[in-house]
Write a protein that binds this ligand. Sequence first.
Ligand code: BGC
Length: 879
Amino acid sequence: MSLQPAPVTFEHLTHGLGIGVATPRLSWKLPPGTGAQQAYEVELHQGGRLRRTGRVDSPDHVLVPWPGVPLTSRERAAVRVRTWCVDGEPSAWSEPGAVEAGLLHAGDWSAAPVAAAWPEDPGTDRRPARVRKDFTLRRPVTSARLYVTAHGLYEAEINGARVGEDALSPGWTVYHQRLRYHTHDVTAHLTKGANTVGAWLGDGWYRGRFGFDGGTRDIYGTDQSLIAQLEITHDDGTTTVIATDSTWTAAPGPILTSGLYEGETFDARLDDPAWSTPEPVLPVDWTPVAVHRRDPATLFAPQGPAVRCTQEVAPVSVIRKGDGRYLLDFGQNLVGRLRITVDGPAGTAVTLRHAEVLEEGELAVRLLREAHAKDTYVLAGEGPRTWQPRFTLHGFRYAEVTGWPGGEPAEGAVTALVHHTDMRRTGWFECSDPLVNRLHENVVWSMRGNFVDIPTDCPQRDERLGWTGDIQVFAPTASYLYDCAGMLDSWLTDVAAEQLPDGTVPWYVPVIPGGPQWTPIHPGAAWGDVAAFTPWLLHQRFGDLDLLRRHFATGRKWVDLVERLAGPTRLWDTGVQLGDWLDPIAPPDDPGDGRTDRYLVATAYFARSARHLAWSADALGDSEAALHYGALADAVAAAFRGRYVLPTGRMTSDSPTAYCLAIAFDLLDTPDLRRRAGDRLATLVLEDDARIATGFVGTPLICDALTDTGHLDVAYRLLTQTECPSWLYTVTQGATTIWERWDSLRPDGTLNPGGMTSFNHYALGAVADWLHRVVGGITATSAGYRTLSYRPRPGGGITWANTSHETPYGTAALSWRLTDGVMTARITVPQGCSGTVELPGREPLAVGPGDHTFDTARFDHDAAHQRRMPAFGPQVPLR
Ligand code: BGC
């Protein structure tokens, strides 16, 4: 009998509690050595009954359809699976995986939003409220669930204990249409007798000040409310439901002010750790709440993980500034907040300020624009207390501590708590070049800092928005490093929610008021194209056809709009376009004004989005749409060539980004044109001494465009350049994250004067996808990595590289090393998958699941590059 498969998982979730899908799809991984699955059987314990599917002849074990009747709200099921693999024998049953539906229907909700009822002066700092309710349980508790969300942010407590470990819940969605609730198992929180449930509330995105140019308050509403439904099952099967309603009470808490940008002020003298128990210690005037309205049909369960603290970082140095201030360096630019443990006289105020970089030895707060990033803790004077702010995050490497009682904070007294969406890490890369490794590490940190419920541009200044172009270019990298399928699926649903009826995709999602350039919303290339590119990419990486199907209409509406805008010429040459945003020669105050014609960029993206739709339609079995968008993509590519490619093969914008688009988006129709474009691109790069001359659009493409046209050596020259502008310039300057601008820190040591200078922007880190696929050598060649290519292409003096990726089917890995020109490669193919291995100088070879080792003959890699390795063609469309 073969080994048991890993426990079943549900949709893209790591645990199945509170799932929002009545028929969740199942996935399981096969243990090493089993070979391909031939059949499976699922056993389902549901509604007190056990059913088995019987043997199902199928190789599928990723996102397999739910085999039972749909789950009803709150219904639990346990699911096991066994498989038949090559030996023809059934495996042992897997350990059971548990799934429990959340509240699937509007009618399941009796909770209403409850908020403080006292009048609020809009001019004040709007002190946040807490809400609570006492109740008595007359029978023992066998199980209990808290379904909870808020208008604003919340942290729930029951009987003095925090519920869950999530931060900034319920996260940020297009609240009017979709407000996420979480389900918690709170059985252990409750007892027979007197109980209390309560919650801290904060403004968050719902009604806090948010957005650039001063921001806007009350974007979604004016109330700061809790919506909670506590459902308790007793030993005799009866239930008690405690839902937010008019019987709850509210009072201001010890948080005096709170804002995502501003930070938090907390007065510990007003803090009563027993406030959420039946016997509070401090006398507080709890007054009846105001009850607000919410359509429960707009409440939905999470599709991905919540934001949590995932790591603690201690300061690497503390510098005394002489006037009672201490400057702490955490050695890493990160996103999170500080936890302090402090003791001192009552009323002492300890202030924490944050910044990513220093300017003349002080925090460079100018770059934060109107985000104050300042937390204040006022001591109660009752012995040591540990505190961290609740409803704020900051992007920082440095913190300034003022007012610390008794001099310098002791070791362990101040710790940075890293926060982001708690995704499963799935991708790793390292090689023999320590600078490249640090670059990769910086990409990982920028992803962590900007995957905070939504994919943001930056985490520190008064912005932190879901800019669509940034994630469009970074999604290939992100989906290798972390399992971000659920999070991005959710965000794409918000993209659809915000799409205008004419098909316009906003610049950033969720949409909030912006300056005149952004409001009203108008369509822009590379940003709006997220609608066609990203669902396809996620399908390639995670093998999720349903996801592709659900988001297809958004992409289609987008491409149809661009088709109308372009008209019969097929050239999109109108409107506001950001072009190759942040080309290094663009002036600091006009980052769209680079070397490349903005409309060339727009038409190239039009062609490529149409192509993405054709591939998507084909995968979805819609041959009519596949034909239509395929023909459109061809027509736009022809128009592109007619308008932007000169008879000599040069382009009207003789810029690297122009050639990158033409090559990487496969817009050139003859091998000769393609070769000439590649040669010109390589020449331009070398003329510039392999310094970067591309922005958001060209940078993610350039290494592939060079590699695919036989200029791998030039791609490596770009990668290993350390002069400004280049990726490794930032590393040699001590960068620990990816910067927004190539010269956020300029070679003369000064900070870029542009009003938009972040040190934590993942977009230009999109090169990591090339590191994974070309230097590391692993590429998916069909959806979900069911088939893979192992093709490492060494260069740049790199003598070894290791990469691995936890695919939906299991681990794929490739480690290669060069010794005297001989490459030794160790390869792991996930169970259920097959691969093609292409090593320098060797014929391609098919490999099946498991570990394999290969050696090549002695091989002159540099000479091979100069001879031009055979061109790869554009990244193959996957199925
Ligand atoms: C953001 C970018 C974004 C851009 C578009 C900036 O302020 O930080 O990353 O894509 O605006 O205009």
